[in-house]
Each structure stands twice: as structure tokens, then as C-alpha cells.
Design a binder for this molecule. Structure first.
Ligand code: FMN
Length: 355
């Protein structure tokens, strides 16, 4: 039997294929993409960051209230596409309304919460009333996984249902490693995957799925990941150039047009490095700083733009990109985005990976 023909069980939820579609904010992975991935037999994740900026389900001017309504609406729409699918949310610890977003995910029917951009230490407490919701931290090191396990065990008598190990050298979006440590050849993604797997086995007698994220593009990458210790993969960039991806066609076209040298590291105002198309950074900054744009929502716990007018307002830069503004929008992407050469369907990708 081919190595790719295996199911994935996280907590109480099982899908036919070992694939999680990575959360992509702001609204790059919303209901349509997540619903279609779930329909094809993977785990579909709605990225919760910045949903309020496009909410037609509420008229309120309050960003945070609107965010929760918008999230529940996206979950409802995703389940319309895949009523029996496994649909979850991606919740970033770095956002100001993290606690509320996690609770709204549970109330809205998310079966899985995948959480990174900081250590999700409070996740078990926030979801205590929803024991069937599987909890999946994203880490980039064994140390982070150990810290989470020890804290969850001590404070909540709970363990992660799976772990995503995200490779800072290849993944898109915010990265969980210091800028100076990225791309210097020191990081070994699959050594980290195996170390995390072994840690949970040896220390906690737990065989939880360890999911490799970053740099998985095609079937060969998937087979490599599974042969090197991963139980499943989380893929994000590959899903951008699908018909179902929730971003504007111009966002997808930027992937189709880009070359390896267009992809690079940026410093996010959230204080984390990120991987993105880097050609228009000056324009992004000029849009916000020259335009004297004020922080409108205080969406991040820590933000250099809000506090010091440094860099740019990230949620609006990502929002502009999602709407198709390639001049002043920030386009996050993984190191493989240049490989995109056509618009395909989610089903095409599943067929290529698993048929
Ligand atoms: C456009 C884009 C947006 C992303 N947004 C988020 C996000 O909101 N939260 C998060 O945890 N990860 C985010 N990521 C990271 C992905 O979920 C995923 O782990 C990573 O990109 C996997 O690598 P790949 O793109 O090479 O498949 C984003 C990635 C991309 C490409």
C-alpha cells in the first residue's frame, strides 16, 4: 500500500487523507477553501485573523464583535459545502481577541483548533466546555512542544491532540523563529518532527500525530514527509492557486507570476518574521505612513505600527492583498510559491497527491 494511503485521526476526528490545509489569513483560507478541502477528505482550516474586515453579516462598527460573527458565519458556510467534513480554525495567539476567537470557534462548530504565532498556553482552559474540539499547537522547535506539554499537563491535565511542526525555512506567513536563525542551514525540519514524536512517546506514552508544515508541494514532497517521520502534512501555498481559494484572482496571479528571488523575509509589526513576496514593501509602508493611516482596531496584542508607527498596519496590508491590490497589499507565501503554474481545483490537488 502506498505510504500516502493512510487516514489521519486527531482527537475524535478522522479524515481519509493525511492532509491539513494550513490556515491562511486574512481570508485567503475562509469558508470556500476550507469547506472544499474538507469535502475532498482533508482537514480544512478557516484562518480567523482579520475576518471582521469583510463581514457582511453584521452592521456593527465594533471590530471585535464583528470578528466573532464573521467567524461563525464562515464556519456555517464551510459546513454547507462539507456537512460531514472536518473543519477547524487557525487561531493566532498574537491577536488581541484570541480568547474570544477560540471560544467562538468552539461555539461555531470547529472540530479542531490549530494555534500558533505564540505559545497557546491557555487553549485547554478556553475550550474546557468543548472536550470534543481537538487542540493542535503549532511549534517550530522541540523546546516549544515541551513547554506546552508541561504547562497543559500541570494546569489543565490535558495534552495536545496533535502537533504541527512548522519549518521556518519554507513556510509562509508569520514564522516561529528569530530572523537571524532562518535560512542559515541549522534547522532540520524532519529531525524536529521525529524529536517531537519521540518526546510524546517517551515522556507521556502518547502516540499523537505530528504534522509537518512548510515546503510540501507535490506528491514527492508528501511521500518524503511521511517517510521521514511525519504522520501528515499541513499544506498552504499550494492551495492558493485553486479556484476555491478565497483570495482575489490578482493574489493568485501574483503567485503565478513570482520567481524564487521574489520571495523573502519581512519583519512583521507583530514582532515576528514572515515570508512573503517582498517586492512592494516600500509601497506598503508608504501607503500607511505617508497616508497617515491610524490603527483602527488594535487587533494585535503587540504591534510596532500601533505603538511607534513603525513598518505598516499588517491586518490592512493583508486585507488589501486578499482583495487583489498587488501594489500596497502584503502577499504572504511559502518558499515554493514560484512553483505555481496554473489555477487548479482542490480536487485536482487531492487527485495528484493521493490517487
Ligand atoms: C498566504 C498565507 C497566509 C498564512 N496565514 C497564516 C495564519 O493566519 N496563521 C498561521 O498560523 N499560519 C499562516 N500561514 C502558514 C500556513 O498555515 C502553513 O503552515 C505554511 O505556509 C505551510 O507551508 P507551505 O505554504 O509551504 O505549504 C500562512 C501561509 C500563507 C501562504
Amino acid at each position: 500500500m502506498s505510504a500516502t494511503k493512510k487516514t489521519l485521526t486527531i482527537g475524535k476526528h478522522t479524515v481519509p487523507y493525511p492532509l491539513v490545509q494550513g490556515g491562511m489569513g486574512v481570508r485567503v483560507s475562509a469558508a470556500r477553501l476550507a469547506g472544499n478541502v474538507a469535502k475532498c477528505g482533508g482537514i480544512g482550516l478557516i484562518a480567523t485573523a482579520g475576518l471582521a474586515l469583510n463581514c457582511d453579516c453584521a452592521t456593527g462598527s465594533n471590530y471585535f464583535e464583528t470578528d466573532l460573527l464573521a467567524l461563525k458565519e464562515e464556519l456555517r458556510k464551510a459546513y454547507e459545502i462539507a456537512p460531514d467534513g472536518v473543519i477547524g480554525t487557525n487561531c493566532m495567539v498574537a491577536v488581541s481577541n484570541y480568547d474570544d476567537i477560540v471560544r467562538a470557534s468552539c461555539e461555531g462548530g470547529a472540530k479542531i483548533i490549530v494555534s500558533g504565532a505564540g505559545l497557546p498556553m491557555k487553549l485547554p482552559a478556553l475550550t474546557a466546555d468543548f472536550p470534543d474540539v481537538a487542540l493542535v499547537p503549532i511549534v517550530s522547535s522541540l523546546k516549544a512542544a515541551e513547554l506546552i506539554a508541561r504547562k497543559w499537563n500541570k494546569s489543565h491535565q490535558r495534552m495536545p491532540d496533535a502537533i504541527v511542526v512548522e519549518d521556518p525555512d519554507t513556510a509562509g506567513g508569520h514564522l516561529g523563529e528569530k530572523m537571524e536563525n532562518i535560512g542559515n542551514g541549522d534547522y532540520d525540519q524532519y529531525a524536529t518532527v521525529r524529536a517531537v514524536k519521540e518526546y510524546f512517546r517517551a515522556k507521556w506514552q502518547l502516540d499523537i500525530p505530528v504534522i509537518a508544515a512548510g515546503g510540501v508541494w507535490d506528491r514527492a514532497d508528501l511521500e518524503y514527509a511521511l517517510a521521514n517521520g511525519a504522520d501528515a502534512v499541513q499544506m498552504a501555498s499550494r492551495f492558493v492557486c485553486t479556484e476555491e481559494c478565497d483570495a482575489d484572482m490578482a493574489f493568485k496571479q501574483a503567485y503565478l507570476d513570482c520567481k524564487p528571488e521574489d520571495i523573502g523575509l519581512i519583519m512583521s509589526p507583530a514582532g515576528l518574521p514572515g515570508r512573503a513576496l517582498k517586492g512592494n514593501l516600500d509601497q506598503i509602508r508608504a501607503h500607511d505612513i505617508d497616508g497617515n493611516i491610524n490603527c483602527r482596531s488594535a487587533c494585535l496584542k503587540k504591534c510596532a505600527y500601533r505603538d511607534k508607527r513603525d513598518r505598516f498596519c499588517i491586518v490592512h496590508a493583508l486585507d488589501r492583498a486578499q482583495r487583489g491590490d498587488r501594489d500596497s497589499g502584503l502577499i504572504f507565501c511559502g518558499s515554493n510559491a514560484w512553483k505555481a503554474n496554473k489555477i487548479e481545483t482542490v480536487a485536482d490537488i487531492f487527485a495528484e497527491l493521493f490517487d
